[in-house]
Design a protein around this ligand. Structure first.
Ligand code: ZN
Ligand code: ZN
Length: 376
């Protein structure tokens, strides 16, 4: 609240505030005789222009199977870091300084939870896929209306392979009475998924006993649907079972989610009706389970490499591309090696394009990790 004006004879005080997201102001009048009156005014909704940004958080960056570090991996890493710290020779160097200089692969790694990404703008939110990463997101949501049984959650499913579903039975908002969970997918199987997963002997709590109300809805291919301020359009990816990526637009910004995909259609004409998924994009999350040599060996396995994503991004002028769905068999060092391979590829492509004089755009890119956040 801010008091912004006072007048003499009849003392008027203007007070600004906000109720349910709408700005209001009131004028408090005190006459000479001490009579107090209030006039309230509310800003018309139609005049208000909201320019909220879009926030994206990766809750699971691993593909195919949750892959926590083994105790041996952690022990080896701790041992190696302590030895390096001791041998750094600078007694003045604090542990904090030392740790801040380490790379992702040397410190926390890329994470072991499978696909789950949260996209939000103000109070509007969608969650893409329910891999094991959704468990921690569920705890986070309990801090808000979901914790009081007043939550409404929209889940979008790309497809129903295990690594995109496996966290669902551990998504706590599902068990609290009063919450409403709406699950959306292009595939009609969305109507069967919950009763199949929440069923004995696969899970002790049957679907009928869930506290929350669960609603399932089909999305239309390549047709936008609004989730509050978020406009979501599904486009087909290249995967052994049908898998749909999502283009999410808000406030003139575009986020594109392309997991899982082998990206067998690379040319614009091959992409056909699905080309808009890759165009005008500010941030794209892309499947890079394999290195370039692995992707050549693993035809029809349904996954891509960073090099293929970079080709698309450089041609389509994608501003930023983040590579995820890391192979469960890959160590943090192997993922870092794949990033180095992608870096060599990226610079050689740029050099070649400049030499040949054909258009290829510079893009910002990196390999994604669990907990990584963006704002566009
Ligand atoms: Zn997957
Ligand atoms: Zn899959």
């Amino acid at each position: 609240m801010a008091i912004i004006a006072k007048k003499r004879r009849v003392k008027r005080t203007m007070i600004f505030g906000s109720v349910f997201g709408r700005e209001i102001y009131s004028v408090k009048s005190v006459s000479k005789g001490g009579r107090v009156g209030f006039d309230c005014f509310c800003e018309p909704l139609s005049l208000k222009i909201y320019t909220m940004s879009m926030k994206i958080k990766i809750w699971g960056a691993r593909g195919s199977l949750p892959s926590p570090h083994t105790p041996q991996v952690i022990e080896n890493r701790v041992r190696e870091l302590l030895e390096r710290f001791q041998s750094s020779g600078t007694s003045r160097e604090t542990a904090g300084n030392f740790l801040s200089k380490l790379s992702r692969e040397q410190l926390g790694g890329f994470g072991g939870n499978t696909s789950c990404v949260e996209v939000s703008s103000g109070n509007d939110r969608v969650i893409i896929d329910a891999g094991s990463g959704i468990r921690l997101l569920g705890y986070d949501l309990l801090k808000g209306p979901c914790g009081k049984g007043e939550g409404e959650v929209d889940l979008l499913f790309t497809h129903f392979h295990w690594d995109h579903l496996i966290g669902l039975p551990f998504f706590v908002p599902l068990f609290l009475k009063g919450n409403t969970i709406r699950a959306h997918a292009v595939q009609a199987e969305i109507h069967q998924i919950f009763p199949i997963i929440f069923k004995k002997p696969y899970f002790p709590v049957p679907f009928e006993a869930l506290g929350a109300t669960v609603e399932t809805r089909c999305l239309e291919p390549r047709t936008p649907k609004h989730f509050g301020a978020l406009k979501v359009t599904p486009y087909l990816l290249d995967h052994p079972d049908p898998c749909w990526g999502f283009k999410i637009e808000q406030g003139g910004k575009i986020f594109s989610y392309c997991v899982d995909t082998e990206a067998t259609r690379i040319g614009r004409s091959e992409m056909g009706n699905d080309l808009p998924l890759y165009q005008g994009v500010d941030l794209m999350i892309f499947d890079s389970q394999y290195t370039l040599s692995e992707v050549v060996e693993k035809v029809d396995w349904g996954h891509s490499s960073a090099t293929i994503g970079l080709d698309i991004a450089m041609r389509e002028k994608i501003k930023k591309i983040i590579f995820v769905h890391h192979d469960p068999a890959a160590s943090d060092q192997k993922i870092a090696d794949a990033r180095a391979e992608a870096d060599r590829y990226y610079h050689s492509q740029l050099k070649q394009a400049k030499g040949a004089g054909y258009p290829m755009y510079e893009v910002e890119w990196d390999f994604g990790f669990e907990g990584m956040e963006f704002e566009i």
